[in-house]
Design a protein around this ligand. Structure first.
Ligand code: B3K
Ligand code: ZN
Length: 881
């Protein structure tokens, strides 16, 4: 029996199907102030081959049983046992269908974990993934139990005029006493984690959508009162997502209605419940006055992601939670492809790779390392990680690279055909691509099973006499915390050989590793490839579009890299090569700052960055990416050991100033050309113009001081420009009066808008000074702050720990202790959020000795606390491992 209640380890090898099948779930939920009564009538059947006397063991979590009937008759006391965690029923029929009616009662108002049924600003709502349904009723709460649902909701009409659940709407009516009811039927068998209900006084934006086969669907976005006008972009993104999935993957929507509900207290971004997606309101509500371009892009991505789950996750779900990447990695891949098509593919790829490197690489290279498909866990909620999501998406992308676009699509079609209505596995998924592409993916599948970031080293030699280029390739995978294997992987390396005219040269692979079009398939620990017929020595452009999630080590001269930065026809690689050069320079500068040495930056590198920014041949959004230099955490990750965040900060600040000084005229021109004045439009091109104008302002401020940022702050006509200026003022000029004025002005302007206040907290929490520890401590007592709201906790404490290296790792340990104390407070309220924030300690071993010791002590002290939740203990103990 799978059981995580006590936090024991759950193992993939222990998986076995349930003894019973659940065919139909017929629920009645009666909502009252301070109480919810749930009656669940399950139609069950013993699975063929199961022992005739095997009891039914249902999962619960903090439940009390109020009533239990078998086929309409109360179950005798000696035939069942009920505890908060389990309901065990024996003496059940050996064969045929039978019904079990279970009564439970809960208090949604007291549910601060926000798992199961809870209330947010008066609205009843649910979150069941991964194991929240068992907090509502006793159930076989695991993803391989698929049932159809009929749900009847009853509530006071004034408190909850809107009553929603999964599927299609059924009967509605009056119950007298001011109460009413609504019935919902979901014909698609689904696991319990996709169950949802919402009840409350909500506003709605509705629009029709005609699917590709001509079916009418009613789309609805529900918001808290007065907020529906902020849902228009979300609605637009939803329609574009639906159309795109039809076009790109042939996937059509399948119910009569599709609803999104925006909620203010939510543990994550959003949830793909069948036909009734529930969202953190941050990913629905937008308005140019309160939302930045980043917020618009985020809404588009999350709306698409949750919608795409309807096929990858819901119609085909996961056999067990070890298969989480089957839905998450694949759905991230799909949403990335959508955004690439809707916006600029290169810029989208750059931003996905930045995310991967910022979040997944440190995870893969530290104590929280685990394979894309883990084989054991203590708390499944701690496995909704960058590895499962983002590296999972990279693995799917590599399958597409290995197969090519057409065969990949055939593989997806086969997957949808073959597994629709099933709970599938990674093996099922891979097999579809092996069949569709006629390829053997046995070695490739190691990407799912081996943790860690492989290093690929490349050296080159060109022989002008034979006109041959030899590439020597080596792959290495270090043994890491996960203890998975280190066997050589199948690594697809997209490449180009660039001539001095800036065009890719035609070359024939004459010997060595398999080369297919522009992809080298590296399979052995060491391989060479020989290319012939090259009239001149080419510039080797390797790992184009980041075709594999590896660390690339190129034995390439600075001159070649700088030439590639100018010439490479692959724009992604132009960005990468420049970023690598800058990254190298920042590492050296940080080491020098740490040892008291002199810091100087190679002018060839800084000039190359400025030249790329000035190049009108590129989109503004691409140029803004070039100018977004590696951040302090990224530099720390590249350094890998003995990190002193103060030294990193010094180096980074000096680089900004150096580029600001040298690039001054370029930045002034960019400001003139791209500073936006007209009406706000959220499209990618306009966003790109704002991005480059604001990054130019940032560089200019390093030289000219805060005046221009202050002016932009005061006169801004949209939140993107205002936030950019606000961030410059607080982060670069925190001790100047201009910053203090902006901090109080910002609060006054937006004091009634939670989502904007989140930005106010984050900007202050991420100010890179040691004193920010004290500032954040003071902000904890601000009337607008509460640990109970996950967004607030994340934007103050979470942002401080994740994005403020200098203060979080303050030399005297105050940052570590402050976060640890907050984690304990938060753990008592909402363990999932506490565990998530605690992952910021994950790279503690790479700190310099004094800070490392402070982090270790802090973690060790946390670990001694007997009262830690399973969630937080799991992260703390693994981090110490
Ligand atoms: N599937 C949800 C995440 C659930 C997290 C549970 N701890 C949202 C998503 O990935 O689409
Ligand atoms: Zn997802």
């Amino acid at each position: 029996m799978l059981d995580t209640d006590q936090g024991q380890t759950v193992r993939l090898d222990d998986y076995r199907p349930t003894d019973f099948l659940i065919h139909l779930v017929d629920m009645t939920v009666r909502l009252f102030e301070g109480r919810a009564e749930i009656e669940t009538r399950l139609t069950l059947e013993r699975r063929t081959g199961t022992a005739p006397d095997a009891p039914l063991v249902l999962d619960g979590d903090e439940l009390t049983l109020e009533r239990l009937e078998l086929d309409g008759t109360p179950v005798a006391a000696d035939c069942y046992e009920a505890s908060p965690d389990h309901l065990t029923v024996s003496g059940l029929p050996e064969s045929g269908h039978f019904t079990l009616s279970i009564g439970t009662a809960i208090v949604p108002e007291n549910n601060t974990k926000l798992m199961g049924l809870y209330r947010s600003n008066g609205i009843w709502c649910t979150q069941c993934e991964a194991e929240g349904f068992r907090r509502i009723t006793y159930f076989l709460d695991r993803p391989d139990v698929l049932a159809t649902y009929r749900v009847r909701l009853e509530a006071d009409r004034r408190a909850a005029p809107i009553l929603l659940s999964n599927g299609n709407p059924g009967e509605t009516g009056d119950l007298g006493n001011g109460r009413h009811f609504a019935v919902w039927n979901d014909p698609f068998p689904k696991p319990s984690y996709l169950f949802a209900l919402v009840a409350g006084a909500l506003d709605v934006l509705k629009e029709p959508f005609e699917t590709m086969s001509g079916r009418e669907v009613e789309l609805a976005v529900y918001t808290e009162r007065g907020m529906a006008s902020r849902a228009t972009y979300a609605m637009d993104a939803l329609k574009r997502s639906m159309r795109w999935d039809e076009r790109r993957f042939g996937r059509e929507y399948d119910l009569d209605v599709f609803s999104i509900v925006a909620i203010s207290d939510f543990n994550m971004g959003a949830m793909e419940n069948k036909g009734l997606n529930i969202f953190n309101h941050k990913y629905v509500l937008l308005d140019p006055d309160v939302a930045t371009d980043g917020d618009y892009a985020g809404v588009e991505t999350v709306i698409a992601h949750e919608y795409f789950h309807n096929w990858t996750g819901n119609r085909i779900t996961c056999r067990n939670w070890f298969q989480l990447c089957l839905k998450e990695g694949l759905t991230v891949y799909r949403d990335q492809e959508f955004s690439a098509d809707e916006r600029s593919p290169t810029v989208k790829r750059i931003s996905s790779v930045r995310t991967l490197k910022a979040l997944q690489f440190p995870e893969d290279q530290g104590p929280l390392q685990h394979p894309v498909r883990p084989s054991q866990y203590r708390e499944i909620n701690n496995f909704y990680t960058a590895t499962v999501y983002d590296k999972g998406a990279e693995v799917v992308r590599m399958i597409a690279t290995v197969l090519g676009r057409d065969a990949f699509r055939r593989g997806m079609d086969l997957y949808f055909d073959r597994h629709d209505g099933e709970a599938a596995t990674i093996e099922d998924f891979i097999l579809c691509f092996e069949e569709a592409g006629g390829v053997d993916l046995t070695q490739f599948a190691l990407w799912y099973h081996q943790a860690g970031t492989p290093t690929v080293s490349v050296s080159e030699s060109y022989d002008p006499d034979t006109r041959r280029l030899t590439l020597s390739l080596r792959q290495e995978l270090a043994a890491g915390a996960a203890g998975t294997g280190t066997a050589p992987m199948h690594i697809p390396l997209r490449f180009g050989l660039v001539g001095s005219n800036g065009e890719d040269m035609d070359a024939t692979a004459e010997a060595g590793a398999e080369v297919e079009g522009d992809v080298i398939h590296l399979r052995e620990p060491e391989e060479t490839v020989v290319f012939g017929g090259l009239a001149e020595r080419p510039l080797v452009s390797m790992l184009r579009d980041f075709s594999a999630p590896v660390t690339l080590k190129m034995d390439q001269s600075e001159a070649d890299r700088l030439a590639l930065a100018r010439l490479d026809p692959n724009a992604f690689n132009r960005w990468r090569v420049l970023t690598d050069l800058i990254g190298g320079a920042l590492q050296e500068a940080s080491r020098n700052a740490q040892s008291g040495g002199q810091i100087r930056f190679d002018p060839l590198i800084t000039d190359a960055v400025i030249a790329a920014a000035a190049d009108d041949g590129f989109d503004p959004s691409f140029r803004a990416q070039i100018l977004s230099l590696p951040g302090e955490s990224e530099i720390a990750r590249m350094l890998g050991e003995n990190v002193d965040p103060d030294a990193v900060h010094t180096a980074r600040t000096l680089l900004d100033r150096t580029i600001g000084e040298k690039g001054r005229t370029v930045f002034e021109r960019l400001r003139q050309e791209f500073a936006t004045g007209g009406a706000f439009s959220p499209d990618a091109e306009s966003a790109g113009r704002r991005a480059i104008s604001n990054v130019a302002l940032d560089f200019l401020s390093t030289v000219d001081g805060p005046a221009a940022a202050s002016r932009q702050y005061a006169g801004a006509r949209n939140m993107t420009d205002r936030m950019a200026a606000f961030s410059i003022l607080v982060h670069r000029f925190g001790h100047e009066p201009e910053a203090r004025v902006a901090v109080s002005d910002f609060f006054e302007r937006y004091s009634t808008d939670e989502l904007v206040l989140d930005k106010w907290f984050t900007i202050q929490a991420t100010a890179p000074h040691g004193e920010t520890v004290e500032t954040v401590n003071v902000l904890m007592s601000h009337p607008a702050f509460t640990l109970k709201n996950p967004n607030r906790a994340r934007t103050l404490i979470g942002a401080f720990a994740a994005a403020n290296q200098v203060a979080f790792h303050r030399a005297d340990g105050a940052g570590h202790r402050f976060v640890a104390d907050r984690l304990l407070e938060l753990d008592a309220i909402n363990p999932q959020i506490a565990a998530r924030i605690a992952t910021s300690f994950r790279s503690w071993r790479s700190l310099e000795p004094a800070r490392r010791e402070s982090a270790r002590e802090t973690l060790a002290k946390l670990s001694e606390d007997k009262a830690l939740s399973v969630d937080l203990r799991d992260i703390v103990d693994r981090s110490l491992r």
